[in-house]
Design a protein around this ligand. Sequence first.
Ligand SMILES: C[S@@+](CC[C@H](N)C(=O)[O-])C[C@H]1O[C@@H](n2cnc3c(N)ncnc32)[C@H](O)[C@@H]1O
Length: 314
Amino acid sequence: MSELLKLANHYKSDKGSSTGSGTHFALLYEHFFGHLKDEKIKILEIGLNNGGPEHGSARLDRVITDCPSIKMWHHYFSNGDIWGWDINNIDIELLKSMKRFKFFKGDQGDIDSYKNFESLTNSVYPGNNMFDIIIDDGSHAFYHQQLSFVHLSKMLKPGGYYVIEDTHWQPDRTQGGSKLGGHAPFDKEQLPSTVNTRKLFDSIFIGKDHGTLVPNYGINEALRAPASENMFLSCEPESKTPHFGTNSDFKSLDQFNNMRNHLDTLNQKRPEYASELFNEMKLYDRILLNDRTLGQDLRRKAFVLKIIILKKRD
Ligand SMILES: C[S@@+](CC[C@H](N)C(=O)[O-])C[C@H]1O[C@@H](n2cnc3c(N)ncnc32)[C@H](O)[C@@H]1O
């Protein structure tokens, strides 16, 4: 069995196969991050323990007493610095139990949290606070996912990985956003309105499917390039004339219009970050998660439709 999957199961993270929904994301992570195992990396994960305020405001005052995926990362990346970011406080004994674990208390929906995180990491690593891996496993609200990407992408090294987990679920009242008591603080009615993160990324990363079966850790063949610079230019929200046909990445006019619609809607709803988000997206390739890039066994086990894995270009 994969080492990371064993650790996920041992620490009872649902990134494994035996706890909760058993997403098997650990298999994907080992496949793509395994070559970094012994490196002195910096990894940040937003979201420490299931059952937080994404399930009800009564959980806003919770103190976190377990952090399965942080324990898994700490064990696996034995030379890495493991940063955990959460809106809840953490039990001090838990924090002290792992010597390379660093905790940041912040809210994904609060701009000041990003500023504070940047200052804190700058003081810990003067002039070198860029991360190798950033995983967003926080509230899962579209607005939070997008705000985190806009701000934290700037703290990811070239060649680094940015991951958004559980893109299929929203902390809405209807989907369990208040099931653990209180109102649903991250219901879509409570947060600024925006587009669906998965659909946004799907509409933009449409380049040709270059995927072929890759051995563990080899990802060059597993990248799906986003639109080329030309294509992005022709799709800027203010550009009224689509230059469809100038770029062979588009397979159809529908695909082109889909991208335009998403960008236009994002720009109308969230003008304060639409262009920034778009500019950050241009820096990435998206990793294809299919039979050819993962092999049938891994592709079938891992919940590939619930996760987005991006690689920042070198
Ligand atoms: C799905 S759980 C994380 C599970 C954990 N990563 C694991 O694999 O075991 C989500 C976490 O996100 C945190 N969270 C919810 N809303 C947040 C927000 N607005 N900002 C930061 N963290 C948030 C919750 O407190 C909770 O710990």
